[in-house]
Design a protein around this ligand. Structure first.
Ligand code: MN
Length: 428
């Protein structure tokens, strides 16, 4: 029996982010989603680069796990060679359809679902801390859904020179549907709702739009990306019709694309074009808030400032005290000051390096309550902090008191910083 797939893909910035770090590929028989991470546009770069590398590697050799490995190396390589992208990474969930079903590769917390016989099954495991806890029986699936650390990944593509990549295969039947999505969907929409939409709506494009709008009405805290596939049996005359395009795409492969209205579906991302229309109000609010972060970076200037204000104090005393050797004293003072300043700068650098390795603080990343590892300073253009965890709770929505604690950037040990972030989100 031959199957034919109708598909639709859609990505949306959501209601709170200022950038869309998700990316997708919908080039039958390959479908993939990627959710990038890393500050300063690095997330966007990581997800796009991973998918481009995957496509390129597949064009050279028909080996999906090897292609995912190549994508890992491409992202890792760029993060090593470009300092501003250091530490970037991405999730990757990709499926490739063929005669006998699908093969998939997967790293991170994006998901592949199979809809069959009116039931929704998650095919992939979430490579997140809470995902591991659920699998080891330490957390229920329901508790995981609202866990404050649910966005910490235990595995990502591009953050290490080598990564363990899950892969597998699923036999497909007529009537099956597949859903690939980033966490921006399932963190806002329950599996029950997803199942209800798949049960009620046949057309993949309409399913995709409905799911994205459900995620937005559920809060839209993150970027949302969905790819929906419907598998139908090929009828006798249609079989003939589908042979042509397939032959072009996949040689002997009997399955896949070939549906006439696909182009219309492919044009769907235009809906992504609607995003800017919805985005302005909330998205611009967190935006500037993020820019206030670098303002934190000016904090170190307080130190030199403080030192500077001590100088007049000191230079007053020679004036008042001695008149005997006026030329010598100021010079010695000046040299002394130079020594003091150099010592302070050295101390700050050393202490910064040491402290940054064990200290965390809560702040704002892209408008969301987030936890940083390190110190909230930039010294001579070098950031002393790294984004450790981003939540989906907007800082703008916090009560003034809680918001003040987030904006104060007090330093904590890791557990205390995570605890503060949890409380800021109103979680127990
Ligand atoms: Mn996400």
């Amino acid at each position: 029996m031959s199957l034919v797939a109708r598909h639709a893909a859609l990505t949306d910035i959501g209601l709170h982010r200022s950038t869309n770090e998700d990316a997708f590929v919908a080039e039958p028989p390959l479908f993939a989603v990627a959710d990038g991470m890393g500050g300063a546009q690095a997330g966007e770069v990581a997800s796009r680069l991973a998918l481009d590398s995957l496509v390129e590697a597949l064009a050279a050799a028909d080996d999906l796990p090897a292609a995912a490995d190549a994508a890992n190396q491409a992202v890792y390589g760029q993060s090593r060679s470009d300092r501003s992208r250091s530490g970037m990474g991405t999730t990757l969930t990709a499926v490739r359809l063929s005669d006998d079903g699908l093969r998939f590769v997967h790293v991170g917390d994006s998901r592949l679902y199979l809809w069959r016989d009116e039931r929704l099954t998650q095919v992939t495991d979430d490579h997140s801390l809470v995902g591991e806890m659920v699998r080891s029986g330490h957390l229920t699936r329901a508790a995981a859904a609202s866990h404050p650390q649910r966005s910490i990944l235990s595995r990502a593509l591009g953050t290490e020179p080598g990564v363990e990549i899950d892969s597998g295969a699923v036999e497909l039947r007529a009537g099956d549907a597949l859903l690939l999505c980033t966490d921006g969907l399932y963190s806002m929409v329950t599996d029950e709702t997803v199942a209800a939409v798949l049960a009620a709506v046949d057309d993949p494009a309409r399913v995709a739009r409905r799911l994205v709008s459900e995620a937005k009405s559920g809060g839209g805290h993150d970027n949302i990306t969905v790819i929906v596939l419907r598998l139908d049996e090929v009828t006798a005359d249609r079989d003939g019709a589908s042979d042509g395009p397939e032959a072009a795409a996949e040689g002997a492969t009997a399955v896949l694309p070939a549906v006439g209205d696909e182009p219309a579906t492919a044009a769907l991302p235009v809906v992504g074009g609607q995003a800017p229309a919805t985005e302005p109000e909330p998205a611009t609010a967190p935006g500037p808030a993020t820019e206030s972060e670098p303002a934190t970076a000016t904090e170190p200037e307080n130190e030199p400032d403080g030192a500077g204000s001590a100088e007049p104090d000191d230079s007053e005393s020679p004036e008042g005290g001695e008149e005997a050797a006026p030329p010598a004293a100021p010079r010695r003072r000046r040299r002394l000051w130079l020594v003091v300043i150099v010592a302070v700068v050295l101390a700050v650098c050393v202490a910064g390096g040491v402290a940054a390795s064990s200290v965390y603080y809560v702040g704002d990343y892209d408008g969301m309550v987030s936890v940083y590892h390190g110190l909230p300073f930039t010294v001579a253009g070098v950031k002393l902090y790294d984004l450790y965890l981003e939540t989906t709770t907007p800082v703008a929505g916090l009560s003034p008191g809680v918001r003040a604690t987030v904006e104060r950037h007090d330093l904590h040990r890791k557990a205390a910083a995570l605890d503060l972030a949890r409380r800021a989100q109103g979680l127990p």
